[in-house]
Ligand binder design. Structure first.
Ligand SMILES: [Zn+2]
Ligand SMILES: [Zn+2]
Ligand SMILES: [Zn+2]
Length: 467
């Protein structure tokens, strides 16, 4: 079927740009196979942006992932909203727009949408998945932009339309996805935020360490050589420009000869306190709260790239994600909690010297490929795989997922030899599951070490992964 661009009509004032058009109420009836991209008249940017938000909030991936372009007259492109669209086409009054160029450029996105596993009637309610899909379909990073239009100071223009007021903000959501190892960060900027309202707009000011007043003067310090008296310059002033030492009553004539000015200090106009120090406070423009700078949230604002795990989750959703299924079967702990358990166990063993414990590591090689090969069926396979883990491990074992395919297990009261036996049992059961049911194999890398005083969990995991 030949595809063509469709104009999305969102207001009566929209200029007619294309013969094919569609309105909000028609989105569900249309055959999306004939739509190459959606065109919005962006003569009024904020109205066009609001319409784009309506589209990105739709449930069907065929709709919310569709390429969207703004068409506008030549002119300034100020405002991050311009960058929320996949492209901006300039309308030249003399020439007709060559739509076919854009169709070609944007077709890659449509092809990506077409590869999504089709699950009848399924809609994408899950915001993390929608976000990952938007990035994956465009093969781009989530790139932040500093903007005074938004109180958090930074915005991800392409992603922002996915969020409603009720959702957590884009910055928090991206940090959450980073924690899940679905995205990998590179630092864009470090910034301070108000701990009360997340605003980045802060007025930093020095305040008196005695009375808290912000009414400070920066004054010069004067040091009289002869008697060594030092005080702020106002104490030396005696009408006009002349300086007289309040201690020894001598006149100070020449700087460098009679006196010098070693530094500047803060003098409070309210309580007269003089000090080299001052408290730096930040007053928030948005909520009005004043916060000592050390209590501000200092965050890393990152650019984010999809990881291979993130790409999988973009295709198949997070429900079919092995770690999530394992989570239901076993109580997974975070890596930090796991390290804590190991250090407690190490201390316990060192203290009583009676027992042995083992750290076991399991890597399922090529687990991510199973997503691609089995699609929605992978959920069932992963459930069975999780069942094997549950059968082999004991309730007292502590398990963490280092990433989607590497798991660390603290086996208490278990020698390295016994741990090896358990890992072999796990390996055999997994082999059987794959060879008998799927006619393929899943390679595993396994290792067990004794829990000893010098054991560093992260280091051990990294070494294991590099082998
Ligand atoms: Zn004061
Ligand atoms: Zn003096
Ligand atoms: Zn605030």
């Amino acid at each position: 079927m030949k595809k063509s661009p469709f104009q999305f009509i969102f207001a009566e004032t929209n200029a007619v740009l294309l013969e094919h058009s569609i309105t909000l109420s028609q989105l569900e009836q249309i055959n999306w196979q004939q739509v190459s991209f959606l065109v919005l008249d962006a003569t009024n940017l904020s109205a066009a942006y609001a319409a784009l938000v309506q589209l990105r909030q739709q449930a069907l991936p065929q709709v919310y992932l569709r390429p969207i372009v703004f068409v506008a007259a030549k002119g300034s492109r100020e405002g991050w909203q311009w960058q929320a669209a996949d492209a901006v086409i300039e309308k030249d009054t003399d020439h007709a727009i060559d739509w076919s160029v854009w169709s070609e450029q944007l077709e890659g996105i449509n092809r990506w949408i077409d590869t999504l596993p089709v699950i009848a009637g399924a809609v994408d309610g899950h915001l993390p998945v929608r976000l990952l899909r938007l990035l994956a379909s465009r093969q781009i990073d989530a790139a932040p932009l500093a903007s005074a239009d938004i109180c958090t100071g930074f915005i991800y223009p392409l992603l922002q339309p996915l969020f409603t007021k009720q959702d957590m903000g884009a910055i928090q959501m991206l940090a959450f996805l980073e924690e899940q190892r679905l995205l990998s960060p590179t630092l864009f900027e470090r910034a301070h935020f108000c701990p009360h309202c997340d605003s980045a707009f802060l007025n930093f000011k020095e305040t008196c360490i005695e009375c808290g007043s912000q009414d400070l003067d920066v004054v010069e310090l004067v040091h009289h050589f002869k008697c060594a008296f030092t005080a702020d310059i106002s104490r030396f002033k005696r009408g006009g420009d002349s300086l007289v030492c309040p201690k020894c009553d001598k006149q100070l004539r020449h700087i460098g000869v009679d006196y010098d000015k070693p530094s500047v200090v803060n003098k409070c106009r309210v309580c007269q306190h003089v000090s080299q120090d001052a408290n730096v406070m930040a007053k928030c423009f948005s909520c009005g709260c004043s916060t000592e700078t050390k209590f501000l949230d200092l965050r890393r604002v990152n650019r984010y790239q999809l990881t291979s795990v993130g790409l999988n989750a973009a295709f198949y959703g997070l429900q079919t994600y092995f770690t999530n299924i394992l989570e239901e079967e076993l109580q997974l702990v975070s890596l930090r909690e796991f390290e804590l358990f190991v250090s407690i166990e190490t201390a316990r063993i060192a203290r009583y010297g009676k027992s042995q414990s083992a750290l076991a590591i399991v890597r399922l090689i090529g687990l991510d490929k199973i997503h691609f090969e089995l699609g929605s069926k992978s959920k069932q396979v992963f459930s069975e795989l999780a069942g094997i883990f549950k059968a082999v491990l004991r309730d007292t074992d502590v398990v963490t997922a280092y990433n989607e395919s590497v798991f660390a297990i603290l086996m208490t009261e278990t020698s390295k030899d016994k741990a090896d036996l358990a890992l072999n049992r796990l390996n055999k059961a997994v082999e059987r599951l794959f060879s008998e049911n799927l006619d393929r194999t899943l390679d595993m890398q396994i290792q067990a070490v004794n829990v000893e005083a010098e054991l560093q969990v992260k280091q051990t995991l990294e070494q294991f992964l590099n082998n």
